[in-house]
Design a protein around this ligand. Sequence first.
Ligand SMILES: Cc1cc2nc3c(=O)[nH]c(=O)nc-3n(C[C@H](O)[C@H](O)[C@H](O)COP(=O)(O)OP(=O)(O)OC[C@H]3O[C@@H](n4cnc5c(N)ncnc54)[C@H](O)[C@@H]3O)c2cc1C
Length: 659
Amino acid sequence: MAKVLDSKIPAGPVPEKWKEYKAHQRLVNPKNKLKLDVIVVGTGLAGASAAASLGEMGFNVINLCIQDSPRRAHSIAAQGGINAAKNYQNDGDSVYRLFYDTVKGGDYRAREANVYRLAEVSNNIIDQCVAQGVPFAREYGGMLSNRSFGGAQVSRTFYAKGQTGQQLLLGAYSSLSAQVQAKKVKLYTRYEMEDVVIVDGRARGIIAKNLVTGKLERFSANAVVIATGGYGNTYFLSTNAMGCNCTAAVQCYRKGAYFANPSYVQIHPTCIPVHGDKQSKLTLMSESLRNDGRIWVPKKLEDAKALQAGTKQGWEIPEEDRDYYLERRYPAFGNLVPRDVASRAAKERCDKGYGVNNTGLAVFLDFSESINRLGLDVIMQRYGNLFEMYEEITDVFPGDVANEINGVKYYKPMMIYPAIHYTMGGIWVDYELQTTIPGLFAIGECNFSDHGANRLGASALMQGLADGYFVLPYTIQNYLADQAVWPKVPTDRPEFDEAEKKVDAELDRLLNIKGKRSVDSIHKELGHIMWEYVGMGRTAEGLKTGLKKMHELEKEFDTNLFVPGTKEGLNVELDKAIHLRDFFTMGQLVAFDALSRNESCGGHFREEYQTEEGEAKRDDENYFYVGCWEYKGKGNEPELIKEPLEYEAIKVQTRNYKN
Ligand SMILES: Cc1cc2nc3c(=O)[nH]c(=O)nc-3n(C[C@H](O)[C@H](O)[C@H](O)COP(=O)(O)OP(=O)(O)OC[C@H]3O[C@@H](n4cnc5c(N)ncnc54)[C@H](O)[C@@H]3O)c2cc1C
């Protein structure tokens, strides 16, 4: 019999669903809240906001993170901003328009009802953060300032210079700290969740490793929430923080949580190109730069060849010989097309030989026009720290005049190229953000969320904070309302014994392989396979080859890995080995999903399915569903379960950013 997924979407027209849900929602009696414990794993924007809110509401929260402080979660890397439909500058924005742009941006593969809710609560997030004192950029008159991000024709992105994630996290952290002080949140830093404990079919606790002592510890609670981020580091090189991993999510998947849409991986168009083979990290140049920077390559192949050979510089190429290819191909959105579209267009130009650096894998991002129009001061106010960061890494300052042609000043352009950045796929959740394991919830980047096949810029922070501040704290109560009568499960139950024993055995297994290869050398090789066969352009044949190579490399990992040190105390290599074990599971899952989806949509581009103009060609007749995967054991193909998508408010059509 076909497996059925209940997404628990309330009945009624789309704009009313969330109101309807809240109106009839079951809430935990205030007295009982004091008896209920919730584990929140993660202190990024999603985790910190959820832990703070649940603490504020009266639940007892256990909050864990792998860093030495919640303030060091990956979320602080977010530079560009956070979307909300405030319509402050009266440019025609609305909740509906944000909803529409997000669904269209996701190439009509998101769950419609969830996206409407996201757009609706977006405005509350800004109010909440302003109340916390987040220093958003302001206009001269005091009004919060906005800029534009890809896939939108209005300005709805709120920002704090190029440090929006950090400032938002400081806001969430102060709320969290207040709850720690009030003893409603107990914080465990430098702890890593290794497994979820299931008792009678429900998530009742976790096994976590104290990363400093190496000891395994047990935590029991009435519900478990994971907010552990995305799986971008499966590709080794990405814009993600080095510590980002998918161990918690993959372990939940192994225990029965379905994993949704893993092939929807976002490749960001504006990253500093790869240089050499010693890198372990790529740097993002924020999408906000596309507000004022223009992307181009030379029109003439001989100019491109000269740039690649280093005999010519970009600023020597006159205006008429420049191809502003995004403005040419997509006149309506220009440089602000969504990321998947911009990334593919850069790849197309470079594949044709028009790349502008020595590897031929770079395009220019040029501020000459905007600096000439607005002055360097204004541009520095907007992007100063990004210009400085670029200079620190490349030794080129994009505000330096390099040439003057016909009285027009030309500034040194940045060089950029697409890189792995964000993962739209994640643990499947229903409308209440509950996974297929009762009592286990997933929020933020680690769930499959609201972005469909492609996330629009500045929407990840919106979703993480929507989940954490405004959705989960309500929906989890529906589950907890029943749990109030059940006593908390003691940690000496056999389910905890068994889970801990298995984690411990895994640590021993990895330490005892005693082979010759370091974790990083194998991870780097996995990353090459992923980029080559499961990256920006995928084919059925390439995906099959990728899967074969991954299996072979996983065997190498299982037989020839070398992890120095012991289980006791701090052992970073051992922790990385656990992460790599799970990146293997994840990489294969991405490939399986990509292979099963015989269409192109958003970040998933199958070269066999494209239009004559090289745009993604969807197949709504056969693939209008969320692809959910059930784990079937190591080495076995997982099982695909489909959640059909239902659209009632938005007409499903081909994406158009041209006019
Ligand atoms: C360079 C860069 C710039 C970006 N800029 C923007 C932007 O401008 N706007 C935007 O909207 N989005 C942006 N994004 C995306 C956005 O930053 C992320 O999607 C978002 O911050 C994810 O938040 P999160 O809370 O879900 O996860 P994270 O911030 O990744 O936090 C994960 C948390 O889980 C913890 N954790 C992980 N595994 C475990 C485990 N096993 N046990 C215990 N704890 C664990 C970590 O310690 C951490 O606290 C950017 C991303 C990057 C890489």
